[in-house]
Design a protein. Structure first.
Length: 275
């Protein structure tokens, strides 16, 4: 398995936080591998540049083959990815508000949705998919996608909003009140909630809850020796039952159940931003 994260060029850093490229070869004699992807606060553009993948969406309660590239908006429900023999994923992870700036549409419309990217980014994305399948050099793949994004961003020319910067603060701390966050965005609390829903796709309170869950999941994934009670304390949960409720909502299983599923998967990567 090959996994590499790349930083975006300076011109794209206001909307893109990172690129992740993951290339996995599986034994052709073994059954397909299922990788759980619980909720995380990152909105993404995914390219599946080799074998097709099947996706089970827990919100829609259905499984279907994914298009070659998809846009994943604000995510509350878990999804599972079923990988075939050769799995090559390239993920574009957006900054909070970045996908809104690229598409210019309310993000709440994409809540728990995975949309064929050509519907939102145009037919040119089909050419990108074809070129990715023909490429073998990883940096060339990233450069191809980055060139496409630069062109799209130049056509949109949507300015950054104070809410986008506030949402970035929320990725790193849970200790801000909504009134304080609204004040930082120079908005009333009601205006802040409405604008946040438009640009991020969920309420500020739900977003902070997703951020906390993702922090807990990432912490246990990276430090399996940590006791769950330590994670409860470090991530700001009231108690262990509070943590369990969030895991059941965002991962559809208990914390221990999710870690067991992760152990069965040969793909060990958390889909967040490593930088």
């Amino acid at each position: 398995m090959f996994v590499q994260f790349y930083r975006p060029c300076q011109a794209l850093q206001p909307i893109v936080s990172n690129y992740m490229l993951m290339h996995v070869y599986l034994d052709r004699h073994q059954p397909p591998v299922v990788k759980p992807y619980p909720t995380n606060p990152e909105q993404c553009l995914f390219f599946y540049a080799r074998d097709a993948v099947e996706v089970f969406n827990y919100a829609l309660e259905k499984e279907e083959f994914s298009p070659p590239s998809i846009i994943v908006g604000p995510q509350v429900a878990r999804v599972d990815i079923k990988m075939s023999q050769e799995h090559l994923t390239i993920k574009v992870g957006f900054q909070p508000g970045g996908l809104f700036r690229l598409l210019g549409m309310p993000m709440w419309q994409l809540l728990d949705q995975s949309v064929d990217s050509h519907y939102l980014l145009g037919q040119e994305i089909n050419e990108i998919n074809e070129q990715l399948r023909a490429l073998d050099n990883y940096p060339d793949m990233i450069r191809l996608i980055e060139k496409f994004l630069l062109k799209k961003m130049a056509a949109r020319n949507t300015d950054v909003h104070a809410i986008d910067k506030v949402a970035q603060l929320m990725l790193h701390s849970r200790h801000y009140s909504l009134d304080w966050l609204a004040d930082q965005a120079c908005l009333s609390p009601r205006q802040f909630e409405r604008k946040f829903l438009e640009r991020v796709g969920m309420s500020p309170k739900l977003f902070m809850r997703v951020v906390r869950f993702a922090q807990a999941y990432r912490m246990k994934d990276r430090q399996p020796q940590l006791d769950w009670q330590d994670i409860v304390y470090q991530c700001g949960y009231y108690d262990q039952m509070h943590l369990i409720r969030d895991f059941k909502l965002f991962a559809n299983v208990t914390p221990t159940g999710l870690m067991k599923e992760e152990e069965r998967s040969p793909v060990k990567i958390f889909p967040g931003n490593p930088f």
